[in-house]
Write a protein that binds this ligand. Structure first.
Ligand code: GTP
Length: 507
């Protein structure tokens, strides 16, 4: 071998040694035994490469890698199953059709056996990319904080959590207006505003539910107590009456005995008068018998006096019981009236609520006869109300609802009726209008709202509302009329908002 050839061979050996070292570094971390053998191999291939020892080491590594083939296959299968599971979960949370087809592709790829580790890695990368695409397309939470806890179980989608939290804040607000001194409610609201994960949200819901149940149970217990005490008063009244009747029976029996005794004396007197032929003997007998009649009369008078006394005592007791009963009934009636009023009043605006609207409309329709005046219905919805909440906060939104409710209510006539339908929507019942006057009246209301000087923080604001109005045909179902008014309201929204649409319009 020439010197030059020797030189080339040395260079090729060095290149091969470098390559094997790099390859061995790639496999590092796979298993402890392989790691140790790789280190030995790198030692043999160092600056003075010893290919004989390296050869021994490579053979050992070969055996070790073959032993580990099974582990590798299991690892690949496990990874593919995890990828398939993750893709399925992603499919369940994603709402995007185009993302779904990619996820379905990924699932079917993961179901096929992978040829190499490279295939598995590629599939993992593909799933992670899909995941970030899908989470990017989901709307981001605004306004209410949402906590993230990296090591906790899978959370509900952020939008769902947000919607639940908003609902919860409103429910808590409503309930807080009913029970302003309840500190538990204040703490719950604080928690919701700070942000909750799934478990915390569930806990707050449960606590609120318990509170509501406890509150209504208390009402029920109080009502139960009142009923119990009324029952008690009624039964003692009943006992008192029975006693008086028994007493009256006794008195009557005693009087009958007395009457009988007197009648006997009189009959005896009559017989004596008939039989007697001596005036002085008759006189003596008569005097005796009259004395006896006199004492029987005295006894009877005394009995009558005692009976009278007992009866008037019993009547006094009965009077007191009736008075107590009356006062309890009055108290209970007032309480009941308050409960009915509360259940039919919207706690925020203090306007009648949907239940009151249904009741009022039912009464109106029940008492309405064919020749009576017409009846119209309108639905009012504040425009872009969500943006008031978003820009100035929920309590500014609440205040707006109160002001608008009050203004609408003030602008109505005596026979008109307004209720808060829910959210930022009000419903009006307007008797005695035709299609033309309905439109005019609603226009007046709409203009009045636009003239209200709202000011939040430093911003002056004009708040507008859209109106949908319609009139009842005779015998028409109130729900159908409401739906018609509601769809006219949505025509008003589509027409650009801050306008009135009634049946006869051409919008
Ligand atoms: N502050 C407050 N907000 C409420 C109340 N009830 C409902 N809301 C909010 O009212 C908003 C209604 O929003 P949308 O239904 O989108 O309607 P909008 O923003 O008024 O838009 P348009 O009706 O289309 O003009 C929601 O954000 C609700 O959270 C409440 O009692 N108080």
């Amino acid at each position: 071998m020439t010197n030059k050839q020797l030189q080339v061979l040395k260079q090729q050996h060095a290149l091969l040694a470098q390559f094997i070292i790099r390859l061995s570094l790639f496999y590092q971390g796979y298993s402890k035994a392989i790691d140790e053998e790789l280190q030995t191999l790198r030692g043999h291939l160092g600056s003075n490469a010893n290919f004989t020892l390296a050869h021994v080491s490579i053979n050992k590594l070969n055996a070790l890698l073959q032993e580990d083939g099974g582990v590798l296959r299991r690892f690949k299968t496990d990874t593919l199953q995890s990828v398939e599971g993750a893709a399925k979960a992603l499919l369940a949370t994603s709402g995007k059709a185009n993302a779904n087809t990619s996820i379905i592709d990924t699932i079917s790829q993961a179901r096929r056996p992978a040829e190499s580790l490279y295939d598995v890695t590629q599939l993992c990368v593909q799933t992670i990319t899909l995941y970030s695409q899908v989470t990017d397309t989901l709307p981001k939470p605004v306004g209410v904080a949402v906590k993230s806890h990296s090591n906790e179980p899978l959370q509900a989608p952020a939008t769902l959590l947000m919607a639940l939290q908003e609902e919860l804040v409103q429910l808590l607000d409503t309930y807080q207006k009913r029970l302003p001194d309840n500190t538990e409610l204040t703490i719950l609201k604080q928690k919701v505003v700070e942000g909750l994960n799934n478990d915390e949200l569930l806990n707050v819901c449960l606590t609120l539910l318990r509170l509501i149940v406890k509150d209504s149970m208390q009402e029920a217990i109080i009502s139960g107590k009142v009923i119990q005490s009324l029952h008690h008063s009624l039964s003692s009244l009943h006992q008192g009456l029975n006693k008086s009747i028994d007493q009256a029976h006794c008195t009557f029996a005693v009087q009958q005995d007395d009457n009988l005794a007197m009648r006997k004396e009189l009959i005896k007197l009559e017989n004596d008068v008939a039989r007697s032929d001596s005036f002085s003997a008759l006189k003596t007998q008569t005097q005796q018998q009259l004395k006896q009649v006199g004492s029987a009369l005295e006894k009877r008078e005394e009995n009558d006096r005692l009976a009278q006394q007992a009866l008037s005592g019993q009547l006094e007791a009965l009077k007191a019981q009736v008075a107590e009963l009356e006062s309890k009934t009055r108290y209970y009636r007032n309480r009941l009236a308050k409960q009915v009023a509360t259940s039919q009043t919207d706690p925020l605006t203090k306007l009648p609520n949907r239940q009151a609207y249904n009741e009022h409309l039912r009464k109106l329709l029940d008492n309405r006869n064919i020749n009576e005046q017409s009846l119209c219905l309108a639905v009012v919805d504040i425009d872009h109300f969500k943006s008031i909440n978003d820009r100035f906060g929920h309590s500014a939104g609440d205040k707006t609802l109160q002001v608008i409710g009050k203004q609408l209510s003030k602008a109505l006539d005596d026979n008109d009726f307004i209720a808060r339908w829910g959210g930022e929507e009000f419903v009006l019942i307007l008797p005695g209008l035709n299609a033309k006057s309905l439109k005019q009246k609603l226009e007046r209301l709409r203009t009045r709202l636009t003239e209200l000087p709202f000011k939040f923080k430093q911003d002056r604001l004009t708040i507008t509302a859209s109106f949908g109005g319609t009139c009842f045909s005779h015998g028409e179902d109130p729900d159908a009329v409401f739906e018609r008014a509601d769809s006219l309201l949505y025509q008003a929204k589509r027409a650009g908002r801050n306008c009135v649409v009634t049946d006869k319009d051409d919008v």
